[in-house]
Design a protein around this ligand. Structure first.
Ligand code: A2P
Length: 331
């Protein structure tokens, strides 16, 4: 198997560190490995596969050396500036920021859902929003079978989605300290406010779920609404998903379909209190689905509860899975 040169940009951040962990676990065929971050942490070291690597400062010359794939998680403005520089030098960037996701020239990929879209990349592939990834993994097999007509998302999102600063706000808030990242205390609280508010009254996080679901499922006019809420949970996002279909559905058939779909673990036995939980999903790459039940207020509707590790499947794992697909193509 041909070995590739791979760089991690934002290697010192919460997602960046998880890139390293997932890359180690999946044992990709890597020849030269580079870690990059801002000037602040340049010169520090990270350990990868038992070897120490010095963190390089990301500059306009960082991609002058041959790099096949770069995994970026260093914020939108860093991606805006540096992803095109890397792509122009022949590198394929898998970008975790929201910067390129809705660009019509950039594929937005969840490997279980639309792996074929990586083929038309022009040097940048976007990794979707964490809340969107876990939802579409569960929705895709149902769309294939029953054709989705409308979706209502309600999210319960962990503080790790707001990076180290979000995590610290919950940890310190539990000790009675004032918040630094969020506008209010996240300890003992729920904040119906993730990312900025937009003119239509939705938050950008809610609109990302709407826009990105349509793009990934290739259904530009799909009716979707969303409410995104930050909850005092350290890691793993939970979501209530209400879906209406064009065709009739049976709950048992939905469960079988989900059980057989890639990347999903069905945890659904209410009589034994079995349903997906954030604490159980943390540290795993699968998407956990349960509480599947009929929406009795409409003809062809169901509700379900979906949980996944937002830093792994919602970010790092999804990006590494895209890299795996790229490596297969490069052979
Ligand atoms: P650094 O550690 O040097 O600040 P998080 O989202 O967990 O806060 O992580 C953000 C990541 O993005 C960190 O690795 C951070 O590096 C990196 N980063 C932030 N700004 C830049 C930049 N201008 N150039 C390169 N890396 C950046």
């Amino acid at each position: 198997m041909k070995k590739i040169n791979l760089a991690v940009v934002g290697a010192t951040g919460m997602v960046g560190r998880t890139f390293l962990k997932v890359l180690e676990e999946k044992d990709l065929p890597i020849d030269n490995f580079y870690v990059m971050a801002s000037k602040r942490s340049a010169g520090s070291t990270v350990t990868f596969k038992g070897k120490e690597y010095i963190v390089e400062e990301l500059t306009e010359n960082s991609f002058d050396k041959p790099i096949d794939i770069a995994l970026f998680s260093a914020g939108g403005s860093t991606s805006e500036k540096f992803a095109p520089i890397a792509a122009a030098k022949g590198c394929v960037v898998v970008d975790n920021s929201s910067q390129w996701r809705m660009d019509p020239e950039v594929p937005l990929v969840v490997p279980e859902v639309n792996p074929e879209d990586i083929k038309w990349n022009k040097g940048i592939i976007a990794n979707p929003n964490c809340s969107t990834i876990q939802a579409v993994v569960a929705l895709k097999p149902l769309d294939d079978k029953y054709s989705i007509k409308r979706i209502v998302y309600s999210t319960y999102q962990a503080v790790s989605g707001a990076g180290v600063a979000g995590w610290n706000d919950l940890e310190n808030g539990l000790k009675g300290e004032e918040p630094k990242k969020f506008p209010y205390s996240i300890a003992s609280n729920c904040l119906p406010h993730i990312d900025v508010f937009m003119d239509n009254g939705y938050t950008k996080e809610e609109m990302k779920m709407i826009w990105e679901t349509r793009k990934i499922l290739h259904k530009d006019d799909l009716k979707i609404t969303a409410t995104a809420v930050r909850v005092p949970v350290f890691n793993s996002h939970s979501e209530s998903v209400n879906v209406e279909f064009d065709n009739p559905v049976e709950v048992e058939d939905v469960k079988t379909t989900l059980k057989e779909a890639p990347g999903i673990i069905l945890e659904d036995d209410p009589s034994s209190n079995v349903y997906p939980l954030a604490l159980n999903a943390t540290g795993h790459d699968d998407v956990y689905v349960g509480r599947v039940r009929r929406d009795e207020s409409v003809d062809n509707g169901i509700n379900f509860w979906v949980v996944a590790d937002n830093i792994r499947k919602g970010a790092a794992t999804n990006a590494v899975q895209i890299a795996e697909l790229l490596i297969k193509e490069m052979q």
